[in-house]
Design a protein around this ligand. Sequence first.
Ligand code: F6P
Length: 374
Amino acid sequence: MKVIILTGGGDAPGLNAVIRGFVKRACQLGIEVYGSEDGFEGLLNPAVPLLRMDDRSVRGILHKGGSILGCSNKSNPFAMPIEKGSKETRDCSAEVVAKIREHNIDALVMVGGDGTMYYGRRFAALGVPCIGVPKTIDNDLAGTDRTFGFETAVNTATWAIDALHSTAEAHERVMILEVMGRYAGWIALASGMAGGADVILIPEIPYKVDRVVGKIKERAASGRPFTIIVCAEGAAPRGGHVAEIEQVARPGQLKRLGGAGERLAHELEGEVDHEIRVTVLGHIQRGGTPSAFDRLLGMRMGVHAAECCDRRAFGRMVVLNGTTIRSIPLDEIPEGPRLVDPEGQLVNTARAVDIELGAGPGETIPPPRAQSVG
Ligand code: F6P
């Protein structure tokens, strides 16, 4: 059996653990593995050869962030820009299928976000045997209880909150930390709770500014003249919209979010006596050494993907279900992103330790419908 593995979309800590787990198990099972560089680019660009991979190709990579195969969130094989920067696109899926046939490939293993899983469903419908491995720091991929990369991102954001605490206290400031997560608040909620934030704003709970102001004033009145606010990049005030860096998504790409922290600072200015400072954590959350949990989850998923190939269990996505790794049909991945439940246990725990979430229990008005994520 011959299979191709690729890492699509943005990177996430733990990708190399997946590649290593997959390649090692595949070699044991007598499967020939080829890597496609930069996601689908390696399958679309005739000048880029497929990389033959074996045990030696995956030595010394387990602790490294990024992906030894490279990633691309610009290559949607079903809508590729006709040239660099062009808004016009064309469907290149037939070229991918042709390359797979030309090399007598038996299966395509795609490690990626929901965009990549969607391509997997479409390639499966074109007769390509596919396996998906879910990846995103946002932890918003439906069908799996957890994605690798999330824990590392949360650890990094928690470290940043710890660092902000001392300077916030010294200067008696309001410190806003904007974190990633797209339309889901998992990173903000988990890191904010772990870091002891006073206010956490997430997309699933559109916030009322007066509640945030009230929390800052209440803290000052009780002798704590500083406040730490963790604001998800997708958080928006009640009735407002998600802050976007680019209003229009480029072909094959998603809109870039950003500016939620600065917007909140403007909303608070004049309402509170403190100086306000905004830190945007950005891609630091995606980089660095993967946590032990993410290495282990990635490794388990990679090994399982190789075993799915061996059993010819195609058209499936590897998932973490409770504590067990298994797989579900790509067609059965629930629609839309997996979001934080505004009345769920995690949110209730945050409320129980006096974290202000911008709206009271039962007061959540659903945000405007979020678009699909990648
Ligand atoms: O989906 C992962 C993610 O890091 C999001 O949290 C963030 O909004 C986005 O990707 C950033 O994408 P890019 O790397 O294209 O700026």
